[in-house]
Design a protein around this ligand. Structure first.
Ligand SMILES: O=C(O)c1ccc[n+]([C@@H]2O[C@H](COP(=O)([O-])O)[C@@H](O)[C@H]2O)c1
Ligand SMILES: Cc1cc2nc[nH]c2cc1C
Length: 348
């Protein structure tokens, strides 16, 4: 029996793509003048198989997980912050809580594997795979069972989401920018130096150490990375793997995905490696301040919507890009044509 995460996502409908392109060219604007907003609307029309694409039923889910690699001193903050921030998400004080609330977007918090236990909270789903991953410099981050369980944590969020037409995943995990850098090296084969950044705010010296940590982990694991699942098992994280599982399931169910920052992009690239058919379903919200982010986006031929020097995570960049995707749909669906408005056509 084939694994659930290998099942193909539906392919975009090329007839709807063509019709959407023609529709855009008939709207009251110079051809192409809405730039990438036109591309977003056309791609969504093809994916959703409709002449009226929509992202009016979004869901934001933030996955938290801890990383054994923090033992190497790769973050500016202590590991306790992961669980502490989960409480902050739940009580409404985190950046993503504010953004979700202000936009009226349903918001879920999922504990996929913090080291520190979190008391029962009404609005935090406890799906802890384990108390953090192992240190990838020393051993594999997790067992195969844990890796597959983390995928299912993400899959279940999509399966239980009800009627949504856009998924935004966020993450929280002290040390996870090191895991993301390692994944980025695995997927691009660029150097660790090209892929590490300040994360939560480490110094130049800290970055040199972080690059050495990634190099050490890669020399251990690279020879054994025979497929995308093994890569995530060796150097991923519970929240990263849950994101990969959620992205794959969303695409399989015909739900578009808006990818957040560096860590989410590393999860997305890993998910595409496992199941390439999901790629058309991924939209990329922004290119952040981590130097590896633009390199990873290039590798996926991804053109992000925003560039704001973000390096927060939590799904914050994707939440900020949501109104742009929504506007792309509304413009496509509600603008008048030249005929309807009695506006003269040009000779473009
Ligand atoms: O999303 C990003 O582009 C991003 C870039 C750097 C850091 N972060 C966030 O910061 C944390 C990881 O940073 P660090 O330094 O602990 O590896 C984690 O909670 C992420 O959500 C997020
Ligand atoms: C305070 C804090 C908030 C965060 N949100 C995402 N990553 C984070 C890292 C820290 C340190």
């Amino acid at each position: 029996m084939s694994e659930w995460y290998l099942a193909e996502a539906p392919a975009p409908d090329e007839e709807h793509r063509q019709r959407a392109q023609q529709h855009q060219d008939n709207l009251t604007k110079p051809k192409g003048s809405l730039g990438r907003l036109e591309d977003v609307a056309i791609q969504l029309a093809a994916l959703q198989g409709t002449s009226t694409p929509r992202v009016n039923k979004p869901l934001i889910a933030v996955f938290a997980g801890d990383h054994g690699v923090t033992a190497e001193g790769v973050s500016a903050y202590p590991q306790t912050v992961t669980a502490e921030m989960v409480r902050n998400f739940a009580s409404g004080g985190a950046a993503i809580s504010v953004l979700a609330r202000s936009m009226g977007v349903p918001f879920q918090v999922v504990n996929a594997g913090t080291v520190y236990a979190i008391e029962d909270l009404d609005n935090v789903l406890d799906r802890r795979v384990a108390a953090g991953t192992q240190n990838m410099c020393v051993t594999e981050a997790m067992t195969l069972e844990q890796c597959l369980e983390a995928f299912i944590v993400g899959r279940d969020i999509i399966d239980e989401a009800g009627d949504i037409n856009l998924f935004i995943g966020g993450e929280m995990g002290i040390g996870n920018s090191t895991a993301a850098a390692a994944l980025a090296v695995a997927h691009t084969r660029l150097s660790a130096n090209a892929m590490v950044g300040r994360g939560t705010g480490i110094s130049d010296q800290g970055m040199a150490k972080k690059a050495a940590v990634v190099t050490r982990a890669m020399s251990r694991h690279l020879p054994h990375m025979k497929n995308g699942v093994e890569t995530l098992r060796r150097i991923g994280g519970f929240e990263i793997n849950a994101l990969a599982g959620a992205y794959i399931r969303a695409a399989q169910k015909g739900i578009a995905v808006l990818v957040d920052g560096y860590i989410c992009s590393a999860a997305a690239m890993s998910a595409v490696k496992i199941n390439p058919s999901i790629r058309p379903w991924l939209f990329f919200s922004h290119c952040g301040a981590e130097p590896g982010h633009s390199r990873l986006l290039n590798k996926m031929d991804a053109v992000p919507l925003l560039e704001l020097d973000l390096r927060l995570g939590e799904g914050s960049g994707a939440a900020l890009a949501l109104p742009i995707m929504n506007a792309a749909c509304l413009l496509h669906n509600e603008m008048a044509s030249f005929e309807q408005a009695g506006v003269s056509r040009g000779n473009d």
